[in-house]
Write a protein of this length. Structure first.
Length: 176
């Protein structure tokens, strides 16, 4: 029993968690207002893995636990090149537009609020970023997460490019 408890403590320290937003939500019912809480959390290991989770419950601690579990479930691996990302990327999701650009060593994380939280728990230490179009924290977090997901691993990028080259070769053969 004591060993299980020690293992659980070790697992908890494996990931860093940052709360982005805690919202109080009210639902009108016949019996009156029903209050609940929504928590947006970023979870990462600072070694290239990051996940975002949304937890909803009647109490804040339970919502935080759910958000943490959800974030661990939805983790992705971010391809790092040293302490920065591999290439420049921009991604639009709804009204939010996020630009992420690799930076020289020693630059640090130049990002605003929610984007900075996602980038820091992912383990990226040198990056430039800009958010346009939306001030909504939830939208900016999800857009940043999707941009990092779109980066893909080196193998995925290589396979995609090889597929494009083969398609071009086949088109040229067919046209001859």
């Amino acid at each position: 029993m004591a060993k299980n408890f020690a293992d659980n403590k070790k697992n908890e320290k494996e990931f860093e968690e940052k709360v982005i937003q805690i919202s109080r939500v009210s639902k009108k019912t016949k019996g009156g207002n029903k209050l609940s809480f929504s928590v947006l959390m970023v979870v990462g290991d600072k070694k290239g893995r990051v996940g975002i989770g949304l937890g909803k419950a009647s109490g804040v601690p339970e919502a935080m636990r759910k958000a943490s579990a959800n974030g661990k479930k939805k983790m992705i691996r971010v391809p790092l090149k040293g302490n920065t990302i591999a290439r420049e990327i921009s991604f639009k999701n709804g009204a939010a537009l996020v630009f992420l650009k690799p930076a020289a060593p020693g630059t640090g994380v130049i990002a605003g609020g929610p984007v900075k939280a996602v980038i820091e728990v992912a383990g990226i230490r040198d990056i430039l970023s800009k958010v346009l179009g939306s001030n909504n924290q939830m939208a900016n977090v999800y857009t940043t997460f999707k941009a990092l997901k779109k980066l893909g691993s080196w193998n995925e990028i290589r396979n995609q490019r090889m597929g494009e080259r083969q398609a071009i070769k086949q088109k040229t053969k067919e046209s001859k």
